[in-house]
Design a protein around this ligand. Structure first.
Ligand code: BG6
Length: 472
């Protein structure tokens, strides 16, 4: 039996991602009755209004996957209660639900904090105070997990006061992406790759996540947080650790996470001494994306409110060195930005030229892992220009795509659906451990600190471009 309790149950994330994911999970389950889903928000809503709201959103977000037969079953396991999270009263409603006659608290309880980070602490404290954190409960925490080392430390302290680390699941939805999980398979099940995966053979690695969207409805939040904290501290850091970690002893959650944290601890600091050569921060100007004119970042902010400072970066590039024997000397270029030319997440691993480079080719070999929109791995090889009469000796590049990118015969589970099912299975491998979060914040804080104390230039780039580059 599983009780899934969503704090912020009528909020955007819940209606757009969590409930549609649970709809699919329950639909796949042979025994849907083994689930109870409780949404909790602050607004008093009667059951009819709550169900109407959920149904309307499921129809919208599930599209053709929504049908009335499944909805009829799904709604029987849905409940709603309102609690004012900052008040002491009202928690008995949750207590009654969890410890009701027919369940008596024997089921696994999965809490999901889909609320503003300021509410993490009061909610956890109330759960503990009301005896709602038994050993068979798990807590899922949504990002942003703090906004610097200090705030993340506070959240971690409260969480660890209420739950053991084995009960805590910190979400980074990049870890649910098929092509991200595939990095481990690719690295650790191919001798061909394993043997060349180091600074003897690799010249440079580029990790790029570009988006076409701008700050959309999140102008105020975004301007405060900026891309470094919104994307690099979490998603790009996950990609970097997957690409560079040592082979874990096993696939157990802790063995994998031990290896990831070693990498973060080996990152050379980017600080006042090297900030201008190792980082770029920038904001988008007006331009065109997909053939459509789009306003600048500053205009996007103004359309929401005149008082937003406009100091958040929408693009970051970092040049990273990893100080360990496998990677010393290999630059890792991380780049991410909004309103860029394409929506693309990929990792490009460039191999050294051959030692006796008879054909004079450079960077002939590339391994490209595309994470989205496609989920492919491709290898670039230099080959003879076949049948080239005048170019008997010419080589040219050939890119070979491996991996199935054809239309799938089955529905691909979404990121949140996969993560929720890992929580149900009790597998923490695709969730972020406390020490990892703390180590990455420490490293990121130094960059922010250097940006401010050295008054690092905020560059600009035209929307629809690829953003600024490091000088050669
Ligand atoms: C979120 C960020 O975590 O990830 C957003 O807050 C960003 O700003 C999003 O747009 C990108 O996720 P994806 O899966 O679309 O690459």
């Amino acid at each position: 039996m599983y009780d899934i309790v969503i704090f912020g149950g009528t909020g955007d994330l819940s209606l757009r991602k969590l409930l549609p994911s649970l709809y699919h999970l329950v639909k796949k389950s042979k025994v849907p009755e083994e689930y109870r889903i409780l949404c909790i928000s602050r607004a008093p809503l009667d059951r009819v209004d709550f169900l109407l709201r959920v149904k309307e959103k499921l129809e919208c977000f599930l599209g053709d996957d929504f049908n009335y037969t499944d909805w009829k079953r799904f709604k029987t396991i849905l409940s709603y209660i309102d609690i004012e999270f900052l008040e002491n009263e009202g928690w008995d409603k949750l207590n009654n639900f969890i410890y009701s006659e027919d369940h008596r608290g024997k089921q696994n309880i999965i809490y999901y904090l889909s609320v503003a980070p300021a509410l993490f602490t009061p909610i956890c404290r109330q759960l503990k105070k009301n005896n709602l954190t038994p050993k068979n409960s798990r807590m899922i925490v949504e990002k942003p997990f703090g906004e610097n080392f200090k705030s993340a430390y506070k959240i971690n302290s409260v969480l660890s006061d209420c739950f053991s680390e084995k009960q805590i699941y910190r979400i980074d939805h990049y870890l649910a992406k098929e092509a991200v999980q595939n990095i481990l398979h690719l690295r650790f099940s191919n001798h061909l790759i394993e043997t060349v995966w180091n600074n003897q053979h690799i010249d440079q690695v580029e990790i790029m996540v570009s988006e076409q969207i701008g700050v959309e409805g999140r102008a105020e939040f975004f301007d405060h947080i900026g891309t470094l904290r919104d994307m690099v501290q979490n998603h790009l850091m996950q990609l970097l650790t997957y690409i560079t970690m040592e082979v874990p002893k096993s696939l157990s959650a802790d063995h994998i996470r031990d290896r990831k944290i070693e990498v973060i601890k080996a990152l050379e600091p980017i600080n006042r001494d090297n900030i201008s050569s190792h980082s770029i921060r920038a904001q988008y100007l007006a331009g065109e994306v997909n053939g459509k004119p789009v306003p600048s970042y500053k205009e996007d902010l103004k359309s929401v409110c005149d008082n937003i400072k406009g100091t958040g970066e929408t693009f970051v590039a970092l040049k990273i060195n990893i100080d360990n024997s496998r990677w010393r000397g290999v630059p890792f270029i991380l780049k991410t930005g909004k309103r860029m030319e394409k929506r693309l997440a990929e990792i490009r691993v460039k191999f050294n030229p051959p030692s006796n480079n008879l054909y004079g080719t450079d960077f002939g070999n590339l391994l490209v892992i595309e994470i989205q929109p496609k989920h492919t791995v491709s290898i670039q090889m230099m080959m003879k220009q076949l049948f080239g009469v005048d170019e008997a000796l010419a080589t040219h590049t050939n890119q070979m795509e491996i991996g199935n990118n054809e239309a799938f015969l089955y529905r691909i589970a979404g990121d949140y659906e996969k993560l929720l099912s890992e929580v149900i299975n009790g597998n923490q491998a695709f969730f972020v451990r406390d020490d990892e979060i703390m180590a990455s914040w420490k490293w990121i804080d130094a960059i922010r600190n250097a940006w401010t104390t050295t008054d690092q230039e905020m560059k600009t780039y035209i929307s629809g471009s690829n953003g600024p580059n490091f000088d050669k």
